[in-house]
Design a protein around this ligand. Sequence first.
Ligand SMILES: [Zn+2]
Length: 176
Amino acid sequence: MSDKNPRDAFPLNTFQDVVDANREFATDFQGSALTGSAAKGLAIVTCMDSRISPLAVVGMQSGDAKILRNAGARVTEDVLRTLVLATYLLGVNRILVMPHTDCRMAQSEEAEIHATIEKQYGVNTRSLEFRTVSNQHQALEIDVNRIRSYPLLRDGVSVAGAIYNVSTGTLELVDC
Ligand SMILES: [Zn+2]
């Protein structure tokens, strides 16, 4: 038995614009022969920042690349898990780790973010590691090499790092 209020089962009043936009989207939807394999062999690991449209940044479109996103574009256990699947089963043979300028995760210390949330909401989040970054280039180098040295990753996969500039749209290529 569920004690959910059926009215809240799908909170339509909060999601109305999303649902409406999807109806519109589906009206013009062109079915395609795309599969779940990355047509351009690329995976991008990037931040959740809403200013980044990862496919557009590299001139690609639906079907071309796998996009993995989290706060700060950090290479976590779950990113590694996903990349293992993507490289063996889903056509990925190159991986770009792509953090960005003006990232919230690179502007505060871990302790500061916990304190901010606790002050504003009264919630202690310290059991979580947010993986903030104090030196973005250094963190990127660590993350790229974390993938390169991961023993379960498919042989021959190429891994690169670049920082996306949210003001200019350009990628700064980083030697990792
Ligand atoms: Zn960010």
